[in-house]
Design a protein around this ligand. Structure first.
Ligand SMILES: O=C(O)COP(=O)(O)O
Ligand SMILES: [Mg+2]
Length: 240
């Protein structure tokens, strides 16, 4: 019997190349599993971005966006939004903008966290955040984020798996960056792609031999070969 009932995957750096182009190998694997096992995308990206990627990969499963701040139970459902410390997030961003010329991402689309380009270093930023007790600084490799301390991908997996009638430990998680560490802790088994940060590799149960989307494909093959997941014959929706 299969040991795990679903896959939860990061997007950037995990099903892409280093420059965020979608990996053909990851796409091939996603195509094989899509609609045949719950396949939840859990990303730091916005809802609209993650929703489009999920649709085009054919996951037919709920998804997690904005580092856990937003859950989408099904493609046409209303999103479930976390309630972040919005005032603190705005104040922290405004303070940083007073001192740095930040390139803020997706400000119109992003609702539960703040994201900006890595044009300055973490060490330059952190001193300005010390008074914001409810804010976590997250380096997701492709962007910096300010998030509410109570919001993370792992917490969102707990909530999402319950909606799906599953347990977080039923899921295999795969990722590359520090915003995936709490996801690894929540899931039953975790894989870091070879290109992951050292902190992520340290946290993972397995470090894949291949990096980026090739690593994702390696993981899917490994799970199938070892009977750790089982694919249903008929494709169907896993939306809730
Ligand atoms: O939004 C980011 O910075 C990274 O996105 P990811 O969580 O899909 O890797
Ligand atoms: Mg990533």
């Amino acid at each position: 019997m299969a040991r795990f009932l679903g896959i939860v995957s990061d997007i950037d750096g995990t099903i892409t190349h280093s420059d965020r182009r979608l990996s053909v190998e990851a796409l091939r694997s996603a195509h094989m599993i899509s609609g045949r096992i719950p396949f939840v995308l859990a990303s730091g990206n916005t809802l609209c971005f993650t929703r489009a990627v999920s649709k085009m990969l054919g996951t037919r499963s709920p998804l997690i966006a904005e580092n856990g701040g937003i859950l989408l139970p099904s493609y046409d459902a209303d999103p479930i939004m976390a309630d972040p410390c919005r005032n603190e997030l705005n104040a922290a961003l405004n303070l940083l903008l007073e001192h740095f010329d930040l390139n803020v991402f997706d400000s119109r689309d992003r609702v539960t966290d703040v994201s900006f380009a890595k044009t300055i270093s973490k060490d330059e930023i952190l001193p300005y955040l010390s008074d914001f007790k409810n804010i976590e600084f997250v380096d997701a490799e492709y962007a910096f984020h300010l998030t509410d301390k109570n919001i993370c991908k792992g917490g969102a997996l707990l909530q999402m798996s319950e909606l799906m009638g599953l347990k977080p430990k039923d899921f295999v998680a795969v990722g590359d960056s520090n915003n995936d560490i709490d996801l690894f802790r929540a899931a039953g088994l975790s894989f870091a792609v070879a290109s992951a940060t050292d902190a992520v590799k340290k946290e993972a149960d397995y470090v894949l031999q291949k990096g980026y989307g090739d690593g994702f494909a390696e993981m899917v093959d490994f799970l199938i070969q070892n009977d750790w997941i089982e694919l249903e014959d008929e494709r169907r929706d896993f939306y809730v």
